[in-house]
Write a protein that binds this ligand. Sequence first.
Ligand SMILES: Cc1cc2nc3c(=O)[nH]c(=O)nc-3n(C[C@H](O)[C@H](O)[C@H](O)COP(=O)(O)O)c2cc1C
Length: 214
Amino acid sequence: MSSLTKLALGMIGRLRPKPIQGESQKTIALLPPEKEGGMPLMEAISKRRSDREFARTELPLSLLSSLLWAAYGVNRPDGGRTAPSALNAQEVDIYVALPAGAYLYDAAENLLRLVASSDLRRVTGYQDFVDEAPLDLVFVADYSRMKLVPVRQRESYASAAAGAIAQNVYLFAASARLVTVIRAWIDRKAIANALGLSHDQQVLLSQTVGFPKG
Ligand SMILES: Cc1cc2nc3c(=O)[nH]c(=O)nc-3n(C[C@H](O)[C@H](O)[C@H](O)COP(=O)(O)O)c2cc1C
C-alpha cells in the first residue's frame, strides 16, 4: 500500500491490519540465542546504517531469537537486560509484527505471546516497505512501570531506552548482514488500536528488519 493511501486511511481511522498468512500460534518458543561469534564490534559499528529495501523472505527462528535477545533480552542472572532503562524500570516492550500475527516479546521466558491474530505489518508505518518486509518491531512504553520517575520525564526516558534497543538491533543487523531502519513516521493511534494497548501504554517507535533485496 502506498504512503499516500496509508495517510488517507490513517486520517479517517481506517488503517487496519490484513488477515494473517498461515496460522498464528498462541506462543512461539524462541531458541536459545547465539551469544558468541558474530562480527567484531568495531566492524559492526562501522557497517551500521539505515536501509529501506527489504526482501520478503521471512527470518528463520534462530535469527529472530538472537535478534530479539540482542535487542532487549535478559543477559544477567538478576534479570538485567541488553539495553539500559532509568531506575531499571524496563518499561519498554517489544511487539513483533510477523505475517502470521503480532506478538509480545517475553524476554524472561524467551518466547513470543500472541496479541493479535492479524498481519498488522502495514499498520506499523506510513512507508510502503513495512507491508512486505518480514518483520516490523514496535517499541511501546508502559508508564505503569515508571511510577518512580517524575511524570514529565517519563516519555523522554522511555524514548532513550527505546533508542538503545534500536541501536542493538542496528548492530545485530550489521553483524548478521540484515537490513533495518528505525521509524518515527507512524500512526500511533492505529498501532495502539491494532495491538489493543491500554491507557498506560504509548507507542514510541517502529523498526523494520529483513534480508537485503536482490
Ligand atoms: C528518532 C528517529 C526517527 C526516524 N524515523 C524514520 C522514519 O520514520 N522513516 C525512515 O525511513 N527513517 C527514519 N529514521 C532513520 C533516519 O532517517 C536515519 O537514521 C538517518 O537518515 C541517518 O541515516 P543512517 O541511519 O543510515 O546513518 C529515523 C531515525 C531516528 C533516530
